[in-house]
Design a protein around this ligand. Structure first.
Ligand code: PMP
Length: 428
């Protein structure tokens, strides 16, 4: 079934560490051989061995309208003929910045980078440069990319591989990273009291997607805003996953909470390597070349990436009903999975908001990293493989969110729910 994938994985491991260019892809969290992909269209993935899957990763978020979305593909083809990079400004960069400023509340300016990592790393530098403070607070199990400062109690692959402290991240860097449990406002208030006038920023995934999908409890994000206001701390929303996914204007719009800086990735590039950070003019004016907070990139604002992102964002902007449709699909799928697991007597929690969801095998609510870690993640492994063998491609780790694309049909979801019912007998 996976013969060619196995051969390719063996070959890859000789020349690529672990055979992959990003750790979670290696299936370390669930065991087995990663599946090598050949192509994808809409809601389906096609692997090198000829197997077809319904995709619940969607490139970890970018493919919100499904794979190989035709208007994006056509524009990429057209723009590739003009040159793949100029290293000089283009009108397109202004057009996408204008569109983002129009779609996202509370931002005046946006700087394009090449990944979510760069976006978060740069936003933190801006927060530090703007406030003149060094420390910042992040939450256990949140992931903000692999810049040194963020690799403390990080989610995603760091959690999947259970790396307690990352070699190469110096103690002096890690000392400025303060951590608190997600959804725990008193813990944040305690840190703020402990380090007066030293904390530049609080960075948070407004809906966490790197320890499964975990929703903010009522009052949590509002509380962070209030703590920041009272202590001149900048609030950074890491919207790499939630941006343009949970709403046209991301979590800021959905929860009606203003962040001081916002980071983006994934959807903003429609699958091309793009990220961005954005904020009010008074803050962004400190970024070079206007201000002294240096930040740069040879390929930043790359024309192929920009036209791909611009085309996708324009579609989302012009068709806000997509968000209602995605939320309906998310609720339908979550409800179906919940009923199937309940009927079989399997303890579980399905967390869902809009087009993000995750399944945890636990009897208590999953509201933070400790809760996600304490779930029956052995059972998740069996669940994952049983689903995969039947053509349902889930994230290969209990510490990752599932992402739905709008290409997904009711029939696809019914098939998925029926498959859950079928695999229960195998995994019990
Ligand atoms: N922030 C969040 C919330 C993410 O989920 C990710 C990646 N999954 C990142 C930052 C880093 O983005 P990238 O992998 O593009 O560097």
């Amino acid at each position: 079934m996976y013969n060619l994938s196995k051969t390719l994985f063996e070959r890859a491991q000789r020349v690529i560490p672990g055979g992959v260019n990003s750790p979670v892809r290696a299936f370390k969290g669930v065991g087995g051989t990663p599946i090598f992909m050949k192509s994808a269209k809409g809601a389906y993935l096609y692997d090198v061995d000829g197997n077809t899957y319904i995709d619940y990763i969607n490139s970890w978020g970018p493919m919100i309208l499904g794979h190989a979305y035709e208007p994006v593909v056509k524009k990429i083809q057209e723009y590739a003929t003009y040159s793949t990079s100029f290293g000089a400004p283009t009108e397109l960069e202004t057009k996408i910045a204008e569109l983002i400023v129009h779609m996202v509340p509370n931002i005046d300016q946006v700087r394009m980078v090449n990944s979510g990592t760069e976006a978060c790393m740069s936003a933190l530098r801006v927060a530090r440069g703007f406030t003149g403070r060094n420390k910042f607070i992040k939450f256990e199990g949140n992931y903000h990319g692999h810049a040194d400062a963020f690799l403390v109690s990080a989610g995603s692959g760091v959690a999947t591989l259970d790396i307690q402290s990352v070699p190469g991240v110096t103690q002096s860097v890690a000392a400025d990273t303060l951590t608190a449990p997600y959804n725990n406002l008193p813990a944040v208030e305690k840190l703020v009291a402990e380090f007066p006038d030293q904390i530049a920023a609080i960075i948070v995934e407004p809906v966490a997607g790197n320890m499964g999908c975990i929703l903010p409890q009522p009052g949590f994000l509002e509380g962070l805003r209030a703590v920041c206001d009272a202590n001149n701390i900048l609030l950074i929303f890491d919207e790499v996953m939630t941006g343009f996914r949970l709403a046209r204007g991301g979590a800021q719009e959905l929860f009606n909470i203003k962040a001081d800086l916002v980071t983006f990735g994934k959807i903003i590039g429609a699958g091309m390597p793009v990220g961005a950070f954005a904020g009010r003019r008074e803050i962004m004016q400190h970024v070079a070349p206007v201000g002294k907070i240096y930040q740069a990139g040879t390929l930043s604002g790359n024309p192929i990436a920009m036209i791909a992102g611009y085309t996708l964002l324009q579609t989302l902007d012009e068709n806000p009903d997509i968000y209602r449709q995605l939320a309906e699909k998310g609720a339908y799928l979550s409800g179906g999975i919940q009923s199937a697991l309940s009927a079989a007597g399997i303890v579980h929690q399905v967390n869902n908001l809009g087009s993000m969801l995750s399944v945890h095998f636990a009897e208590y609510p999953i509201i933070n990293f400790d809760a996600a870690s304490g779930a029956n993640n052995e059972l998740f492994k069996n669940f994952f493989h049983a689903m995969l063998e039947r053509g349902i491609y889930l994230p290969p780790s209990a510490f990752e969110s599932w992402f739905i694309s709008n290409a997904l049909t009711i029939e696809d979801m019914d098939k998925t729910i029926a498959t859950v019912k079928e695999v229960i007998a195998v995994i019990k």
